[in-house]
Design a protein. Structure first.
Length: 382
C-alpha cells in the first residue's frame, strides 16, 4: 500500500478502511489537545524555543507549534471557531498569571472559576434554585447567535486546506445534557429532569434553537473546506450512564437527531461525537442518530472494553481516543505506553484514531507523550 495523504488517512478511518498507518492526532479536536503545563515540559524536553500559545483558556489547552505538528507527522488540524464555550482570545501562557485564581461569566450566564493552576469549574448556575418554571426561562438573558465569532474562520480553513493536506475539524455548538448541567447545576439538573420535565424540555429547546443558529453561522463560514464536524456532550460517569437509557431516548435522543439532521442538510462533512464515561448502553442510539466516530472512548470506565466495542459496533462506528489517560499515560513507563497503544490498535483495527482519552493532562511526562506518538507512527496496516 502506498503512502496516503494525511486527509486520506483520516477519512479512511470513518469507512473502516485500512490505511498505511493509523492517523496521528495532536490537538485535532477540543478534547484531543494537551494541557499547558504538560506542553511546556514537552517543548523544553524537545529543546524548542519560544512561548507556549494558549488555545483555550477554559480547559488550559496549548496551541501546538507547527514544528511539533510536523515532527509528529500529525494528520488532523483544528479550525478554531469561537463558540459559546470560549472565554477569550488566544494568548501566551503566563505561569505567574495562571498561579492566581480567575473567574468569568460565559454567554449562557454560567459563572466559571479557576483555582490557581487549575481548570475552570462551574461556580454559579443561573437556574440553580429548585422551584423553576417557564417564567424563569423567559426572564433569562439568552445569548444571541451572533455572539458566535466566525470572523476569519473561512480564511483559516482555506489557509489550512491550501498549506496542508490534513483533515480539517471544526467544533460545532450542540450541547444538550451538559448545557442543562451548566445552567442548572449538576445535581439540580438531574432532579429537574425527574421532577420538572416541562421546564427541562423548554430549556433544551431554547438552548438547541440558539446553538443551531450558531452552528449555521459556523457552517456558512467554513463552507465545504472542513472534513469533520465535532460535537461534544457528556452522558457517562465512571460506572455507567448519568441517566437511564430510557430517559436518554425520551428526552435527548430526538433533540440530538434534530441537531445531526440539521448539520447533514448543510454540510457533507463527517460527524464526530464526544462523550466521556461509561456510555456502552447509549452507543446504539448514537449510531441511530448519525454519529460516525465516537470520542474519547474512556477505556477505564465500566463496559468500555475496546475489543467488545469493535465487535459489537465496529461495522457502523469508528473510534477516536482510547489510550488510557487515567493510569497508563500519567503513571506508566514508556514501554507500558507503547504496549497500551498497541493493544488499542489491535482491538479497534482500521476504524480508529489513537490518542489519549481526552486531553493530555498536566502530569503526563514528555517521555510518555513521545512514546505514544512513536508507537502510532510505527504501526503498519495491512
Amino acid at each position: 500500500m502506498g503512502s496516503l495523504s494525511h486527509r486520506e488517512r483520516v477519512l479512511a478511518v470513518f469507512d473502516r478502511e485500512a490505511a498505511d498507518r493509523p492517523p496521528v492526532d495532536f490537538g485535532g479536536s477540543p478534547a484531543s489537545g494537551i494541557n499547558l503545563y504538560a506542553y511546556q515540559r514537552l517543548k523544553r524536553h524537545l529543546g524548542l524555543p519560544g512561548p507556549v500559545q494558549v488555545q483555550t483558556e477554559r480547559s488550559l489547552l496549548a496551541w501546538p507549534d507547527e514544528a511539533i505538528l510536523e515532527l509528529f507527522d500529525v494528520d488532523l488540524r483544528l479550525v478554531v471557531a469561537h463558540t459559546a464555550e470560549d472565554s477569550g482570545e488566544r494568548g501566551v501562557f503566563d505561569e505567574v498569571a495562571y498561579a492566581a485564581p480567575a473567574e468569568y461569566t460565559d454567554i449562557w450566564g454560567v459563572v466559571r472559576r479557576r483555582p490557581p493552576k487549575g481548570h475552570y469549574y462551574v461556580a454559579h448556575s443561573p437556574f440553580e434554585q429548585d422551584d423553576l418554571g417557564l417564567a424563569d426561562l423567559d426572564a433569562h438573558p439568552w445569548p444571541s447567535p451572533k455572539q458566535t465569532d466566525v470572523a476569519g474562520l473561512r480564511e483559516e480553513a482555506e489557509r489550512l486546506r491550501r498549506d496542508t493536506d490534513c483533515a480539517l475539524v471544526v467544533h460545532i455548538p450542540g450541547r444538550l445534557f451538559s448545557l442543562g448541567q451548566f445552567m442548572c447545576g449538576f445535581a439540580n439538573w438531574l432532579i429537574q429532569l425527574k421532577l420538572n420535565p416541562e421546564f427541562c424540555g423548554a430549556l433544551l429547546d431554547r438552548g438547541l434553537d440558539i446553538q443551531l443558529a450558531m452552528a449555521e453561522e459556523t457552517l456558512k463560514a467554513v463552507g465545504d473546506a472542513v472534513d469533520i464536524l465535532y460535537l461534544a456532550d457528556d452522558y457517562g460517569m465512571q460506572t455507567g450512564p448519568l441517566i437511564s437509557p430510557e430517559m436518554f431516548r425520551r428526552i435527548f435522543k430526538p433533540r440530538m437527531a434534530r441537531l445531526i439532521r440539521f448539520l447533514r442538510e448543510r454540510s457533507p462533512a463527517r460527524i464526530a461525537f464526544h462523550s466521556c464515561g461509561s456510555i456502552y448502553a447509549l452507543i446504539p442510539d448514537f449510531i441511530d442518530v448519525g454519529v460516525e466516530i465516537l470520542n474519547p472512548v474512556q477505556v477505564s470506565a465500566a463496559d468500555m472494553d475496546t475489543a467488545r466495542l469493535r465487535r459489537e459496533f465496529g461495522h457502523r462506528l469508528a473510534f477516536w481516543g482510547a489510550v488510557d489517560s487515567q493510569h497508563v499515560l500519567p503513571h506508566g513507563t514508556p514501554a507500558e505506553v507503547r504496549a497500551e497503544v498497541g493493544r488499542r490498535i489491535r482491538d479497534l483495527g482500521a476504524g480508529f484514531i489513537p490518542y489519549s482519552v481526552h486531553n493530555i493532562q498536566a502530569e503526563v511526562p514528555p517521555e510518555n507523550i513521545l512514546a505514544m506518538v512513536t508507537a502510532i507512527r510505527t504501526v503498519r496496516h495491512g
